[in-house]
Design a protein around this ligand. Structure first.
Ligand code: G3I
Length: 409
C-alpha cells in the first residue's frame, strides 16, 4: 500500500479496531498449519500482484555474495533479522558464513523443543519424580551461536506438538493414567525452570527471547483456546498463565517472553490473541506476540496491517514475525518476481509501522535459510520455494525486494 493511502487509512483503521477490540471469542480446535488471510470483516481484500523490477537498476546486485550487502546491517536501526536453523547448518562453516552475513539472530527449527530436550530415562529414574532434561545438544548450539556473535530466540517451552506424550502420564508411562493438574503444574514448572536456568547460567545473554507458549489458539470459527492440547486437557485453560508465570520467574532478566501462533491475520484468532496477550501483558508476565507468518502467494498484506494495528493497541507490547515464509510452488522468474513483490510489500509495511511508532516490531525471523531445507516441501507435498536463498544459497529476487523496501518506506 502506498504511503499516502496508508496515512488516510489510519484514522479509519483505529476507529474500526476500537470497535473490534473487546470482542470475545470462544471455540474448539483443529490443526491447520497455515496462515489465513481473512480480513476482519470477513471480506477478502484484493491486492494486485504484478511482476515488477525488484532491484534498483543503478546498483549491481548480481553478486550479493561478493558485495557487502547484509540484511541485518541494512535493518539494524529498525529490528533484528533472524533465521531458523538446525545444528548441522551451524557446524558447516560455509553455511555459517551465509547465516552470519545476513542474520543476527537464530531460532532452532526443532532442537530446543521439548521432544529434543526432555530425557525420558532420567525422568523415570529421578528421585523427586520431576522431569529431567538433556542439555548437551542445547549447549553445543548455544556455544556455536555465542562464538559467532548470534543471539537466539528460544523455541519453544509449552506446545501441544513435539512434546512427548509420556510427560503427561503417571511415572512417565503412557500405559498408566494421566497425572492430575497439580502434578502437571509441578512438572511444567520444573521443565521451564531447568531449561531457563541452564540458559541463564551456562550462556548468559545468548537467548534474548522465548516462545513460552506456542499455538494455544484454536483454528475453529470463533477462535478461543485450542482444547486438544494435552496441557489444556490436564491443567485447564490457565496453563498459559502458569507457563508465563514460571517463565518470568526463571528467565534471565531482560529475556522477552512471547506467545506465538499462526493464522493471526484471521479475525477470530487475531481477537483471541489480543484477549489472551493483553491480560498477560498487563500482569507483566508477557512481553510480546509472535506472529509466525507462514504465508502463501495469496498473502494479503493489508490483513497483516490490521493485525499489527490491533496488537499494537496493547501499549508497549513487542511484536515479532517469528517464522516467516511465503509458500510458492513455482520457481519461474515470473513467480519469483511476484513473491518478491509480496515480501517487499510486507517489509514496507513493517518499516512503516515501526518507523512511525504505530507498532513496536522487535524482530523478523525467516523459517529456514534456503529453499532446499524448508519444512514446506514436506508439509505441502510439493516442492516449495518460500525463502530468501535458493538451494545454492544464492539470493533470490525476494532478498533484493526486502532490501529495496528500505528505500520505498
Ligand atoms: O525426529 C525424526 C528424526 O529422528 C528423523 O531422523 C527425521 C527424518 O525425517 O524425522 C525426524 O523428525 C522430523 C523433525 O521435523 C526433524 O526433522 C519430524 O518428522 C517432522 O515432523 C519435524 O517437522 C517440524 C515441524 O515443526 C513439526 O511440527 C519442522 O521441521 C519444523 O519446521 C516445524 O516448525 C513449526 C514450528 O515449530 C511451530 N510453527 C509451525 C512450524 C511449521 O510447522
Amino acid at each position: 500500500m502506498a504511503k499516502k493511502i496508508r496515512i488516510l487509512c489510519i484514522v479509519g483503521m483505529l476507529a474500526a479496531l476500537a470497535l473490534v477490540v473487546g470482542c470475545k471469542s470462544s471455540g474448539g480446535d483443529d490443526n491447520v498449519q497455515t496462515e489465513t488471510t481473512d480480513a476482519p470483516d470477513g471480506e477478502r481484500k484484493q491486492q494486485p500482484v504484478t511482476p515488477m523490477p525488484t532491484t534498483d537498476p543503478a546498483i549491481d546486485y548480481s553478486d550479493r555474495d561478493a558485495s557487502d550487502m547484509s540484511l541485518k546491517d541494512a535493518y539494524s536501526e529498525y529490528f533484528p533479522i533472524g533465521v531458523a536453523v538446525n545444528s548441522w547448518q551451524l557446524e558447516d562453516s560455509t553455511t555459517m558464513d551465509v547465516i552470519t552475513k545476513d542474520f543476527s539472530t537464530i531460532t532452532t527449527e526443532n532442537e530446543m523443543k521439548p521432544d529434543y530436550i526432555l530425557d525420558h530415562d532420567a525422568s523415570i529414574k529421578a528421585e523427586d519424580g520431576m522431569p529431567e532434561i538433556a542439555t548437551d545438544k542445547m549447549d553445543e548450539i548455544m556455544s556455536m551461536a555465542e562464538d559467532a556473535g548470534l543471539k537466539m530466540r528460544g523455541h519453544t517451552l509449552v506446545w501441544h506438538s513435539q512434546t512427548p506424550d509420556w510427560l503427561f502420564y503417571e511415572d512417565y508411562d503412557i500405559s498408566k493414567e494421566r497425572v492430575d493438574r497439580d502434578t502437571m503444574l509441578k512438572r511444567m514448572e520444573e521443565y521451564i525452570k531447568k531449561v531457563l536456568t541452564f540458559c541463564k547460567e551456562e550462556h548468559p545473554g545468548v537467548v534474548v527471547a522465548w516462545d513460552v507458549v506456542n499455538e494455544a489458539i484454536s483454528d475453529n470459527q470463533g477462535g478461543g483456546y485450542r482444547t486438544d492440547s494435552p496441557w489444556y486437557e490436564v491443567i485447564g485453560e490457565d496453563y498459559i498463565e502458569y507457563a508465563f508465570t514460571y517463565a518470568r520467574k526463571y528467565a534471565e532478566e531482560g529475556t522477552k517472553l512471547f506467545i506465538n501462533d499462526y493464522g493471526l491475520n484471521g479475525k477470530d484468532k487475531r481477537e483471541t490473541m489480543y484477549d489472551i496477550a493483553s491480560g498477560l501483558f498487563e500482569r507483566g508476565i508477557l512481553d510480546g506476540i509472535g506472529m509466525q507468518s507462514h504465508h502463501d502467494m495469496g498473502l494479503v498484506v493489508d490483513d497483516v496491517e490490521t493485525s499489527l494495528f490491533m496488537f499494537a493497541q496493547i501499549k508497549g507490547i513487542n511484536i515479532q514475525l517469528t517464522e516467516l515464509d511465503i509458500h510458492n510452488n513455482d520457481n519461474s522468474d515470473t513467480a519469483l518476481a511476484e513473491q518478491a513483490e509480496l515480501y517487499g510489500n510486507l517489509f514496507e509495511l513493517l518499516l512503516y509501522m515501526d518507523k512511525n511508532g504505530y507498532a513496536d516490531i522487535t524482530g523478523v525471523t525467516f523459517w529456514g535459510l534456503n529453499d532446499e531445507n524448508t519444512w514446506l516441501t514436506g508439509h505441502r507435498k510439493e516442492t516449495s520455494y518460500p525463502l530468501l536463498f535458493d538451494k545454492d544459497n544464492k539470493a533470490k529476487p525476494c532478498y533484493f525486494a526486502i532490501y529495496d523496501a528500505l528505500k520505498e518506506s
